[in-house]
Design a protein around this ligand. Structure first.
Ligand SMILES: *Cc1c(COP(=O)(O)O)cnc(C)c1O
Length: 225
């Protein structure tokens, strides 16, 4: 019975991945789009099933649970993205376990990541989280503050500033994605836009997203957030 369940679940994750990829492929876009499987709260077995189906990029929100997973898969060539809120006393571990950090919204945090990154790992890829709808409950930089943070981050030696990440209000995500597209077009040196989740990845890609973050539609509903 246990074996049956496991096989069934494997079929589910690999089928879900196929479906999400064909949704991505169905959008007309000039950019290459990378699918990030958001594996917060998921077990090593579930991640293994996604890996067996060819998935390479994974996103994690909670440092505590992510370290075991990253260490378990070391040497497998996976790419790990930190997408959750960053506490300043946790930056050393983020700086040295992840390949990308999407949720940088303060210069102080960026400086710590740069200071603490082991240079032998190469540059840490950074996205600035943008609070595009100015929601008080969300973290992220306001559009008016972007110029300043971009120029300060560009001077930090162990970071490579790549672009922006946003989580818009679901009600008006299309206009927020359009706003992000206009924003990044002002910075020709930046090449990455992380936006779009399970429910709105098509509209995000139409507006230039090249990193989409999908959890539920790959792994099923989460039992906690
Ligand atoms: C959880 C999470 C996702 C994935 O959301 P789903 O609705 O499960 O696809 C994407 N981005 C961030 C920042 C998240 O925290």
């Amino acid at each position: 019975m246990a074996q049956f369940l496991r096989l069934n679940q494997f079929l589910m994750i690999s089928d879900n991945l196929k479906k999400v990829k064909s949704r991505i492929d169905s959008v007309q876009s000039s950019q290459h789009v990378e699918l990030i499987a958001v594996s917060k709260t998921r077990s090593i077995n579930e991640i293994q099933e996604a890996v067996d189906a060819g998935q390479i990029h994974f996103g994690e929100n909670y440092l505590q649970e992510s370290i075991d997973k990253i260490e378990h898969f070391e040497g497998n060539g996976l790419v790990w993205h930190f997408i959750g809120p960053i506490q300043s006393n946790k930056t050393t571990s983020i700086a040295n376990h992840f390949d990308w950090v999407h949720s940088v919204d303060r210069i102080k945090i960026a400086k710590r990541l740069s200071d603490q990154r082991n240079p032998s790992l190469g540059l840490l890829n950074i996205l600035i989280q943008v609070n595009v709808d100015k929601e008080e409950t969300k973290s992220g930089v306001y559009i008016e503050e972007i110029d300043e943070i971009v120029s300060e981050l560009s001077t930090l030696p162990n970071l490579s500033l790549r672009g922006f990440m946003t989580i818009p209000k679901p009600e008006n995500s299309e206009s927020s994605f359009e706003e992000m597209k206009r924003l990044i077009s002002k910075y020709p040196e930046l090449d990455s836009l992380s936006m779009g989740m399970s429910s709105d990845l098509e509209v995000a890609i139409e507006n230039g997203a090249n990193l989409v973050r999908v959890g539920t539609d790959i792994f099923g509903p989460r039992s906690y957030n």
